[in-house]
Design a protein around this ligand. Structure first.
Ligand SMILES: NC(=O)c1ccc[n+]([C@@H]2O[C@H](COP(=O)([O-])OP(=O)(O)OC[C@H]3O[C@@H](n4cnc5c(N)ncnc54)[C@H](OP(=O)(O)O)[C@@H]3O)[C@@H](O)[C@H]2O)c1
Length: 262
């Protein structure tokens, strides 16, 4: 197993460590952390058996996990001072480009930019990954797969990926809430409406996978002439549903780019 050191031990690192340790892909003993907040260090060492350390000796990967507004220059300098040139630096800091990381770390280091998904505990969810020319996918695949699935991207796609995929569970949670409310509005008890929506959601995804049909084809199969479903869909077509959802994604993508430039 590879040894991973995290600089910054906030919410995202906890989500990664919790998933990786619980699914057995990393052992607590293979992970070390540091954070300027001692409370975060003692919380994570206590909960997941990771080590508190400021040494990078033996680390295969060093993950920069501070916020974009934190002192990234100081973090980069501390890596340059402590890690040999061949240690892979993984940055999960939103909006900080490979070119900027090269400036901070000095060109010539292997660097990966990762936008981690937030469904880490489930094994679902893609993390978006961009590698510089000194990192091969095999070098970090095991680490990345310890907290979800991996999508390699061109760097220019990363903001789109963030607004669409990383914000993606929000759209699903909101859809689930809205559809459940519709069942309650129509008269079903909330617990039953929730159970039906969850089952339909998972089942619909499974139907798409098994049938290999386009959603439109399954809609066609499900909706007989002048039937119940077709009447429901007619009303949905009259709403702003599709365009509203699409505008929402475009707004999230735009905001990602704005934040990167601030
Ligand atoms: N949360 C998400 O959904 C998500 C998704 C994708 C990517 N990201 C990226 O992941 C990164 C971390 O996000 P987060 O939500 O985990 O933030 P967070 O909870 O605020 O964690 C950042 C941690 O880093 C610590 N820190 C700051 N400067 C440091 C330094 N120089 N050395 C060591 N530790 C330092 C902070 O301590 P203090 O609080 O005491 O300053 C804090 O505990 C961000 O760059 C974000 O863009 C987050």
């Amino acid at each position: 197993m590879m040894k991973v050191h995290f600089i910054g031990a906030g919410q995202m690192v906890e989500a990664i460590v919790r998933a990786a340790v619980n699914n057995g892909k990393l052992r607590g003993g293979d992970i070390s952390i540091e954070d300027i907040d001692p409370a975060r260090v003692s919380l994570l060492t206590g909960k997941y058996g990771v080590a508190a350390s400021k040494s990078l000796a033996g680390a295969d990967l060093v993950v920069i996990a501070v916020r974009p507004q934190d002192n990234l220059g100081a973090v980069a300098k501390s890596i340059v001072d402590r890690a040999s040139d061949d240690v892979i630096v993984v940055s999960i800091v939103a909006g900080v480009t490979l070119a900027h990381l090269d400036t901070l770390l000095g060109a010539g280091r292997p660097v990966a930019r990762v936008i981690p998904n937030t469904l880490t505990d489930t094994g679902y969810g893609f993390s978006g990954v961009v590698l510089n020319e000194r990192v091969r996918p095999d070098d970090i695949q095991d680490f990345l797969e310890s907290f979800g699935k991996v999508l390699y991207l061109e760097e220019r796609m990363l903001d789109i990926f963030t607004g669409f995929a990383i914000a993606g569970p929000n759209y699903i949670y909101y859809f689930i809430e809205s559809l459940t409310d519709a069942g309650v509005l129509a008269g079903l008890p909330r617990a039953q409406a929730t159970a039906v929506v969850m089952e339909n959601l998972v089942g619909a995804v499974e139907m798409l996978k098994r049938s290999q049909l386009h959603p439109r084809q399954l809609l066609d199969i499900n909706n007989s002439p002048a039937g119940v479903g077709m009447h429901g869909l007619y009303e949905l077509n009259n709403s702003d549903f599709a365009a509203g959802l699409q505008r929402s994604v475009l707004a999230a993508v735009k905001r990602t780019t704005q934040l990167a430039n601030e």
